[in-house]
Design a protein around this ligand. Structure first.
Ligand SMILES: *Cc1c(COP(=O)(O)O)cnc(C)c1O
Length: 408
């Protein structure tokens, strides 16, 4: 060893740091290669469970730890990490659907989920049908012999209608199909996706897909997703496809989520509180034709939200800090309103510390019409961690200037 060149010495260095380092934040274990002590150990190690380490793509202590904590957050038993929330959706669909199968997707689902079915799954001979999330009979009618997977979302993206999730899951599972929930909005905090019944009965989704990009990250600087299950056999089907697709996540990103995770619940409830304050203020304005926030009476599916997300201990219930309003004004004025906002920045995503605004054109997004959404121009607001009164002042100045109306 003594006669090696400096480059070799720097790589095969004898110093080993003492092992008893302990601090609030966990170490970041980054690796493609993982060392084995000997050939026999290498041959006996399995990558299919968390009993040992084989290769970075199959996990390191850092990703194993985040997976276990996410299981705790959502009430699941197994978890897979993927590079984005959308990758969580596409991996579930690819893993569980075969040529000739059909997937059902709510018409108000996260748009790229619908696009993935239309443009990718269709290439493999997998059919898709959109259903009305607010009409359980429409779902029941559309469940056919080829339906193997049904996506659910509570509430729907952008228009925020809250479905009867309990009835939907019962309907899907009694048909023999799998119920996969996009649980980004609930985030494991508004309701328990694997324990939907209050009376102690057992009913839960089969799969929870979560865009960790939103609340668990909380910083607007990480893209990641998770796929959580309770059934080991189902997890194994997902894990095999996940491995064969080569879906890994960077450990620096995993560390960022681990760093933010302890404050997820605090941020979620703080953003919920400010969002309701601002939604109530907007509801008073003359040009607001409809408020789309499931915690407000009159918002589509409010009673379903109440049943699932409000408890006797906490009658106010929990909701994510995101809502939409339909404005009875021309699109050009609504665009001007968005442009005039200063604290609310124009951008996609949500769950971070910066408040965001985005106008949406529903006509390009829905296949089954507007459903229970009023006519007008829709604007979605995602509430960050700024002071609520400052945010309301920002809404008021943009509203009065763009629409030449008083702020009440
Ligand atoms: C953002 C989002 C996703 C996708 O997450 P990415 O990490 O941006 O791919 C999926 N579903 C919902 C409901 C979302 O809001």
């Amino acid at each position: 060893m003594k006669n090696h060149q400096i480059s070799t010495h720097l790589i095969h260095h004898p110093y080993q740091a003492p092992q008893d380092f302990a601090a609030p934040q966990l170490p970041v274990h980054k690796a493609s290669t993982v060392f084995f002590p000997d050939v026999a150990t290498m041959r006996s190690r399995r990558w299919l469970d968390k009993s040992g380490y084989t290769y970075g793509l199959h996990g390191t202590p850092t990703s194993f730890t985040l997976e276990e904590r996410l299981c705790t957050l959502e009430g699941g038993k197994q978890c897979l990490l993927v590079p984005s929330g959308l990758a969580a959706i596409s991996t579930v669909s690819l893993a569980l659907l075969n040529h000739g199968d059909e997937v059902l997707i709510p018409d108000n689902a996260y748009g790229p989920n619908k696009d993935f079915a239309e443009h990718e799954l269709s290439r493999y001979g997998i059919r898709h049908t959109f259903f009305n999330p607010m009409d359980i009979e429409d779902l029941r009618r559309k469940l056919g012999p080829a339906t193997k997977l049904v996506w659910l979302e509570a509430p729907g993206s952008v228009t925020m209608e809250f479905p009867d999730l309990v009835a939907q899951v019962q309907c899907v599972q009694s048909h023999g199909a799998l119920a996969a929930l996009d649980n980004t909005w609930g985030a494991g905090l508004a309701f328990l996706p694997f324990d939907l019944l209050r009376d102690g009965g057992s009913l839960g989704v089969d799969i929870s897909a979560h865009a960790l990009t939103k609340y668990p990250s909380g910083g607007g600087d990480v893209l990641m997703g998770s796929i959580t299950t309770r059934d080991p056999a189902l997890h194994m089907r997902l894990k095999l496809t996940h491995m064969r697709l080569g879906l890994g996540v960077g450990m620096n990103d995993v560390e960022l989520v681990l760093r933010s995770l302890p404050s997820t619940a605090l941020r979620y409830h703080a953003q919920d509180k400010t969002a309701r304050q601002l939604a109530a203020a907007l509801q008073r304005q003359s040009l607001v034709a409809q408020l789309l926030h499931p915690a407000f009476a009159g918002s589509p599916g409010h009673s379903h939200w109440q049943q699932l997300c409000a408890t006797q201990d906490s009658p106010a219930g929990a909701a994510a800090g995101i809502f939409s309003v339909v404005l009875d004004a021309p699109q050009s004025q609504v665009d001007d309103f968005c442009n005039r906002l200063q604290l609310f920045r124009l951008g996609y995503s949500w769950g971070g510390h910066v408040s965001l605004v985005m106008p949406y054109g529903l006509d390009e997004m829905r296949n089954l019409g507007r459903g229970q959404v009023a006519a007008g121009c829709l604007v979605r607001l995602c509430i960050g961690l700024e002071d609520g009164a400052d945010l309301e002042q920002d809404l008021a100045q943009a509203y009065t200037q763009a629409f030449a109306q008083d702020w009440r």
